[in-house]
Design a binder for this molecule. Structure first.
Ligand code: SF4
Ligand code: SF4
Length: 470
């Protein structure tokens, strides 16, 4: 009906009489795109105004699930509502069929009127959602020729890099030389993975920041603001790199993990578990550190069964010494001794808030802050039990789809390692409940006293650690 900005009657030989916009066409639908693309409603409203201008007599229908017009667009929505000939109604489109006369018949259910309605339109417009090009799928599945396969293999060998073995596979766009894959690890909808609360721009690849629709569906003005945010992050990084210190989340940290390679068994745990792909490996599996990618999370230290990874200010030895140095006065001799490892990002600051509000908890608990629960090496648990602690509690950030772990999967890895710890406890004929892990967000600080007190009660009922004093 409109060609090169001009009215075009060629389609049906008559001016446009009716047009229907169907919102959320496939969006907010578990079977297709479960998320809202945030711009489609505003775009349809805008298009409706254009139609109104070109075809003042045409009837314009907008069928929606909910109209979502973020930010100032709400005012625009109100303005469109006041237009003649634009009809907005909530409803589920159950059928769209041609009547054979060049017109479409749209059946709509569950409307605000509480009854089914049918609309006849010359044109139906589907407001479809955004899909990131980084989505593993179409691009990824393009078949490679034998020649391409061969040349890829050659490059990998020359580089000493290995193809990603993990599930962190995205579309092949950036071609990064990382052991864990050539592109940005993505979330399940194909947007680059980042911490949705604290670090929205930071991807899992240090120095690469995502902005605009690359990281989430958004409109042009939001993308522009997003680009400012991402640029500022990049400036911060350049500044930190110049000064040889870490960026987020351990800003200013000057340490790097040191590897005592002579004792490395090439087990690959560190190279597989590093959330930021900081560690490549040679053909034998020996880690090849890339310090500039490192976020100093300590997860490699937590993973290493040989305990040969350490930082100058955070090592197996330093935390073991802290455990040994914990002093509990004699008057507590008949009470259980509990050690708590608290993640420095959410759990330890939560304890600060507990103190600020003078919330009480059992005095038999001693707390050691750690970089992340993923940075807890199981040897510290063994040390604590052999030092006579009766129970160990670990509190870290939430994991899962809406994870809050500052190092992506530290608390999740800790939970997986816990299974081994509990197996070990059983072998030592110790109750697995002597070591427990909890996930907490900062705003749940008030749960800490209950977690602590319940744990002490449970251990008291269980009795002292039988290895105490042996
Ligand atoms: S400290 Fe963290 S980011 Fe750095 S190498 Fe170890 S696991 Fe990777
Ligand atoms: S986890 Fe430790 S032993 Fe295993 S490859 Fe890494 S450094 Fe070597």
């Amino acid at each position: 009906y409109i060609k090169n900005g001009k009215e075009n009657k060629a389609l049906n030989g008559k001016p446009l009489e009716s047009i229907t916009f169907i919102q959320c066409a496939g969006s907010r639908n578990e079977k297709h795109l479960p998320y809202c693309s945030s711009i489609c409603c505003s775009v349809s409203l805008k298009q409706a105004l254009y139609i109104r201008e070109k075809f003042p007599d045409a009837l314009i229908y907008i069928i929606y699930k909910d109209i979502r017009t973020p930010a100032q667009h709400e005012l625009f929505y109100k303005r469109v509502q006041e237009e003649d000939n634009i009809f907005l109604t909530k409803g589920d489109v159950v059928n769209v069929n041609s009547n054979g006369n060049g017109e479409m018949i749209i059946d709509i259910d569950d409307t605000l009127l509480g009854e089914k309605i049918q609309i006849k339109s010359d044109v139906v417009v589907l407001a479809t959602g955004m899909v990131p090009t980084t989505l593993a799928g179409e691009i990824e599945t393009k078949e490679k020729t034998e020649e391409q396969e061969e040349s890829d293999k050659k490059e990998e060998t020359l580089d000493g890099k290995k193809e990603a073995e993990s599930a962190e596979v995205g579309a092949k766009i950036l071609n990064l030389a990382y052991r864990q894959g050539t592109d940005l690890p993505t979330l399940k909808y194909g947007f680059p993975d980042s911490h949705y609360i604290c670090f929205p721009y930071e991807t899992r690849r240090t120095g690469i920041y995502a902005a605009g629709c690359v990281r989430s569906p958004m409109d042009i003005s939001a993308s522009k603001n997003d680009a400012y945010g991402a640029s500022l992050k990049a400036i911060q990084l350049l500044h930190a790199a110049k000064n040889g210190v870490a960026v987020h989340p351990r800003s200013g940290d000057q340490s790097y993990p040191d590897f005592f390679m002579q004792r490395c068994t090439q087990c690959k745990r560190c190279t597989e578990e590093c959330p930021f792909g900081s560690l490549d490996e040679d053909e034998k599996g020996t880690p090849l550190p890339n310090p500039n990618r490192c976020r100093r999370c300590g997860i490699c230290l937590g993973a290493c069964p040989e305990r040969i990874i350490s930082f100058k200010d955070y090592s197996i030895h330093s935390i073991s010494s802290m455990i040994k140095a914990v002093d509990i006065p004699d008057e507590f001799e008949e009470k259980p001794r509990i050690l708590a490892f608290l993640c420095e990002n959410d759990a330890y600051p939560s304890l600060d808030i507990v103190g600020k509000y003078h919330l009480q908890y059992d005095p038999n608990i001693r707390v050691i802050p750690v970089r992340c629960l993923g940075a807890v090496n199981v040897v510290w648990i063994a040390d604590a039990l052999s030092m006579g602690f009766d129970g160990i509690i670990m509190i870290g950030c939430k994991h899962g789809d809406d994870y809050q772990c500052h190092y992506i999967k530290g608390s999740e890895l800790a939970e997986q390692r816990m299974e081994n710890v509990q197996e070990k406890l059983k072998q030592l004929v110790l109750e697995p409940e002597r070591v427990q892990m909890f996930n907490l967000s900062l705003d749940e600080y008030n749960k800490i006293p209950t977690i602590f007190n319940d744990f002490v009660e449970e251990i008291t009922e269980m009795g002292f650690n039988p290895y105490k004093g042996m």
